[in-house]
Design a protein around this ligand. Structure first.
Ligand SMILES: [Zn+2]
Length: 473
């Protein structure tokens, strides 16, 4: 169907930065507050007020730029983008336009078994408009709490060649933003918004006519809208039709897009430099400081966990891309030997106990280190380690208490007790014993299991196995 047609996709992403205050005033940046309570003359667009740039927003933008290996511009500038809309009280939006804070970044994604580099063309800091709420009665309500919240606009090169690549890139980019604690990226709350443009061409080196897609409210919508649009363009070209440069709106429920405006209808924003804001100068010192605030990035952690600790790709990814989890894991891994077991506790065992009222942060790194050390030394078994975690999260039993109990239990089990238990099991499990004697030695594991059951998991399995083998001879 699509053979010999090459799609070229570009993405334009808007991220609400999770700063404490708005971009140009000291109003709170807070989701879900009572409408029109976090407002002041600056974000309501009163004449004669002066915007003051929020340094926290600049630092957050820098973090993204550094994480994406982008070229940071030592000098950038703000512009006024003029247009009239009820959600824009000043009549213009302050944005960076042609002099961006950073440009030419890159993010590597894995597509099937290959790596692909997605190029970031530029990053701009800009302000958010107010939120308009359309009621069923046809009224439009305005909430100016959102007016002036900082946004980071990230624009990719049209180098993405399939809807799948677009989705993979967005997922990884979102994980990075969360890792950097810049945004929670909840698309339903509008914290992350995506527009896309796509063209198809018979010549892979050439761009076709670009169509913009809007109203993409989830990554799934991005994927489906792109698929639909590529199909539509290829069909049009196959039937000798012409692609019109336009903006199309995606309808998630109908699974189709419709034309919103043609190129000739596009607005002239009459950009001009914002006279109330100085040129944004970023010195080396600030950039160094921000670099130091970013810990090791997920990609590097991911590779290290596989190479140094032998974790599976899946487990390495789960931990590396989660800031809190990776911080705990790194601290514990430094003081322990069996990192695979620790990774298993963190990604499989403990999440099973986490409910609304229990969080991973309740367990300390020292506790995890102590459990691992006791396990490696052979004082407790794997099952007992899990039991200790279960008791901690389900019954609030302190780790140290369970550890002392199980360690005491195992030290109180004498050789004599073990011999007795083995004899009991051999007397009870005649069938298994016969199988063993007839050469099916793999039933030894089942016999061992029976012994462990009697000892309620507290004996040393290696020792029991020895006794079993000796007695069976
Ligand atoms: Zn304000």
């Amino acid at each position: 169907m699509r053979e010999n047609y090459y799609p070229r996709i570009g993405l334009e992403i808007h991220i609400q930065l999770k700063t404490k205050t708005k971009l140009f005033c000291s109003c709170k940046n807070e989701y879900g507050a009572i409408p029109n309570t976090n407002v002041c003359p600056v974000c309501l667009g009163y004449p004669g007020v002066l915007p003051v740039l929020n340094q926290e927003a600049v630092k957050m933008a820098l973090k993204v730029a550094i994480a994406l290996n982008a070229k940071i511009n030592p000098k950038s500038r703000f512009y006024r983008k003029n247009y009239f809309y009820p959600d824009l009280p000043k009549g213009y939006q302050i944005t960076q336009y042609s002099e961006s804070i950073a440009e030419k970044g890159v993010m590597r994604i894995q597509v099937d078994d290959e790596f692909k580099e997605v190029i970031i063309e530029r990053m701009n800091i800009e302000e958010e408009a107010a939120r308009s709420i359309h009621t069923e009665q046809g009224e439009v309500l305005l909430d100016f709490n959102r007016s002036g919240i900082p946004l980071l606009e990230v624009v990719t090169d049209p180098c993405i060649s399939s809807p799948q690549e677009a989705k993979l890139f967005l997922e990884k980019f979102r994980d990075y933003l969360r890792f950097l604690k810049i945004s929670d990226c909840d698309m339903e709350k509008g914290e992350l918004r995506v527009d896309s443009n796509v063209s198809v061409s018979r010549n892979p080196a050439e761009l076709g006519v670009k169509v913009e897609l809007k109203n993409l409210n989830s990554f799934r919508a991005v994927y489906e809208a792109l698929n639909y649009e590529i199909e539509r363009q290829v069909n049009t070209l196959k039937h000798e039709g012409k692609i019109v440069q336009e903006t199309r709106l995606w309808d998630e429920f109908k699974g189709e897009s419709r034309s919103m405006r043609r190129k000739e209808e596009s607005m002239d924003y009459r950009y001009f430099p914002e006279p109330d804001l100085p040129v944004l100068v970023l010195d080396e010192k600030l950039i160094e400081q921000v670099k130091n605030e970013i810990s090791e990035l997920p990609d590097s952690k991911f590779e290290r966990y596989i190479k140094d600790y032998g974790l599976s790709e899946e487990q390495a990814r789960l931990i590396a891309f989660d800031r809190d989890l990776s911080e705990i894991f790194d601290q514990v891994a430094e003081k322990t030997k069996d990192r695979k077991t620790v990774a298993n506790w963190l990604t499989v065992i403990i999440p099973g106990y986490l409910r609304e009222n229990r969080s991973l942060k309740e367990i300390s790194c020292d506790d995890l280190v102590r459990i691992e050390q006791s396990l490696t030394a052979g004082y407790i078994t794997q099952n007992q380690a899990k039991e200790i975690l279960s008791r901690f999260f389900e019954q609030h039993v302190p780790i140290s208490k369970s550890l002392t109990e199980f360690e005491h239990l195992s030290s109180s089990i004498t050789e004599e007790v073990l011999e007795k238990v083995v004899e009991e099991v051999l007397a009870e499990q005649k069938e298994l014993v016969e199988k063993y004697l007839s050469g099916k030695t793999n039933v030894l594991q089942a016999l061992l299991g029976q012994c462990m059951k009697k000892l309620r998991g507290s004996g040393d399995p290696v020792k029991i196995k020895e006794i079993l083998e000796r007695k069976l001879k």
